[in-house]
Design a protein around this ligand. Structure first.
Ligand SMILES: *[C@@H]1O[C@H](CO)[C@@H](O)[C@H](O)[C@H]1NC(C)=O
Ligand SMILES: *[C@@H]1O[C@H](CO)[C@@H](O)[C@H](O)[C@H]1NC(C)=O
Length: 241
């Protein structure tokens, strides 16, 4: 969810011994460290990583860290273990110069963007959209707990009318009495969790909706029995239930 690009530019000027730059990046982000060097003959670039391994144009990658032909270092999906000092070395037959950047990898517990509590009062048959999006580093994962306790993740369908969209929004196609209750969204990552609750209610009140539901069920039952035993008194008793 959080993909921030950080560019650090290290300028190696002739005669400059070392330049130190600090950079804080969020865990799970993407990092580009650029190294510009100047010299005659044009210098060769290499990077020394915090664990002292070396990237060069002939050995341009280690794990998730790669070096472009122009010397830019890329780290995809940074980890806490990526913290440390990265040193770019430019060398030619006349000598060498280097510059370093200290990389801090920060973590951020999830924070849900929407209010902690929300009440949705809907007419029966209306669609429900309950939003849930969060920031954090590493990017948080989301899940919804629906009133019966089932956990639903983004891009998952349930019971034919409930779907969690890829962006975390919970959607119920046509709300009915069985959909009443509390829906709880949790955003979590390695460093924490955040929650919000959306209460779904139906206009006319839960009691009214339940009574309507019971009558509908009984009428279905009595229409079936009406089919088996055509009896006027059964039908009229249904009307007054
Ligand atoms: C190096 O190449 C990358 C693309 O591969 C580009 O984004 C970056 O700006 C280049 N850096 C320099 C210093 O030219
Ligand atoms: C998620 O996507 C749906 C449909 O594309 C959209 O209606 C909704 O606003 C989005 N949610 C957020 C939090 O942006």
């Amino acid at each position: 969810m959080l993909h921030r690009h950080f560019n650090c530019i290290l300028c190696l000027l002739r005669g400059t011994k070392a330049l130190f730059i600090l950079s804080t990046i969020h865990q799970g982000g993407d990092v580009h460290l650029e190294c510009l060097a100047d010299g005659v003959p044009s210098p060769l670039l290499s990077w020394v990583l915090p664990d002292r391994s070396v990237l060069t144009s002939t050995a341009p990658s280690i794990r998730h860290i790669t070096m472009d032909t122009n010397g830019t270092l890329h780290m995809s999906v940074t980890l806490p273990s990526d913290r440390g000092v990265y040193r770019c070395v430019a060398s030619n037959s006349a000598g060498a110069a280097s510059a370093s950047v200290r990389v801090h990898v920060s973590s951020l517990p999830p924070v849900i963007h929407q209010p902690r509590e929300e009440h949705l009062l809907l007419s029966p048959g209306r669609p429900v959209y309950a939003h849930c999006s969060a920031r954090g580093a590493p990017p948080p994962s989301l899940r919804w707990r629906i009133p019966d306790g089932t956990l639903v993740r983004p891009s998952q369908f349930l019971h034919g009318n409930l779907f969690v969209l890829p962006n975390g929004t919970l959607h119920i196609r046509g709300v009915g009495p069985k959909d009443l209750g509390n829906y709880e969204c949790t955003a979590s990552n390695a460093v924490g969790a955040d929650k919000r609750t959306v209460r779904v209610e139906i206009k006319g009140g839960a009691e009214g909706a339940r009574a309507f539901f019971v009558v509908a069920m009984m009428c279905v039952g009595c229409l079936l029995s009406l089919g088996v035993v055509p009896n006027i008194s059964t039908a009229s008793s249904c009307v007054f239930v």
